[in-house]
Design a protein around this ligand. Sequence first.
Ligand code: TXA
Ligand code: MG
Length: 478
Amino acid sequence: MVLAKTRFNRLLFLSQRSPFTTTSTMTIATATAHFATRILPAHDVELTFSSTLDDGAFLATGSDTQWIAECCKELRRNRCVGLPTETVYGLAANALDAEAVSAIYAAKARPSDNPLIVHVSSMRMLRALYYLPPASSGTTPPFLGTANAGPEGAGAGLAEPVAVASAMADAETRDREQGGDGVWPEIPRAYHAVIRRFWPGPLTLVLPRPACVPLAVLGGHGDTVAFRFPAHPVARAAISACGLPLAAPSANASGRPSPTAAAHVMHDLNGRLPLIVDAGACDVGVESTVLDAYSATAHVDGELAPCILRPGGVTYEDLRALGGVWQRLRVYRRDFTSAALELAPTTPGMKYRHYAPTAPVHVFVPGPQSEAISARMQAQIDTLALKGVRKVGVVAVAVAAAGDDVPAPAFVAPAGCELTVHCVGGARELAHSIFALLRELDEIEHVEAILVQGVVDANEGLAVMNRLTKAASHHVLC
Ligand code: TXA
Ligand code: MG
């Protein structure tokens, strides 16, 4: 049965500590291994999956299929691979092996207490994790993919452990005996509707920790693991073919803008990983939404009150539209705060510097009382020029009212100051291109300051303003 079919034709790094203090231990390891990093194309490839959610089996045709076998080889040797996802490129490695996970932290110089997202390619793979024994390094990893997944021989000699399949079947029976529907008994009920609606996709769920996931993935603390089932066929196929869940943070050097193209990964991590798969630009452009409907944070007075810990590709409005308990959805820092969460690294992006290019970023927040946003931006350009800044980059948003085309705002370069202006057409396009534009202005144009026109923080605007205010640090201009 063919349910999903996709064709892809286009298809420094010192991390800064924030002023917060914390009692948890944190180290920053740096990579010792050096690789001749290769980029393999995944442009001319057609990937056909046998099922939307339950099973990751797929067929690959086209001239760009070499990456599948190469990914399997590197990932099964516990090495990192740069993989495209629909949000941003990820730095992926075997989530079941502490050594492989520590290679991720070292390659991007990520602080060791910042936990990772684990990516799966099917509900079967996710469920199977709850029946595997605790991880121990150096043992032969299981194969949780499907026998016919990937290139011939990718899963040869490996099989999903028999005990796992029968334990899953037993759990389904027990659930039915207790009045349940026997569906995904390992996954908290509240998530089922969300999974059916938004997986595979740009949504990460905080779930109970399976014993087989090493503590290194959790940043050394806590009892939850954040899981994502990516929609990008290349990411899904790579996970399925190697048969392992993959831990994958964004594939940037820690603190830098997230990568939305293979060239960004190469720029930051050349020599630190053996392989990057190039499937062109990422569609969404900002990371997944991190959603908690399980931990203590997601409860108020013993009642479930789900919360978005990091806004992303699936919006608050999308989730609320599910009705029921999702009407009580809250967004961290917008609708509630918590001193404990401010200090805990599981709160995405609070403790460490994030998304920041070398040039300072100034973000202009739209507001009803303010004068026209482009006039405020022009005034800032003039002020910077007076202070001696010679090269300024601008990201402007031409928002169309009632479907009309709005001309891009015109900015005037002050004498002696060069101006580079990029214009996007609204919040979704800003989300799609913001990281690439920050990198282009910083790494290619070498501007001395970047001014970004913000958008209203609703729908796709919430995630992009979240990233921009972090990139801008203290230059957020209302
Ligand atoms: O779109 C994405 O999510 C990308 C692609 C590669 O999948 N990945 C990504 O990973 O953005 P990373 O490491 O850059 O961000 C992961 C975020 C971190 O901010 C971390 O704090 C949060 O997820 N996180 C991880 N485990 C968590 C947990 N158990 N509870 C709450 N937050 C968690
Ligand atoms: Mg990241």
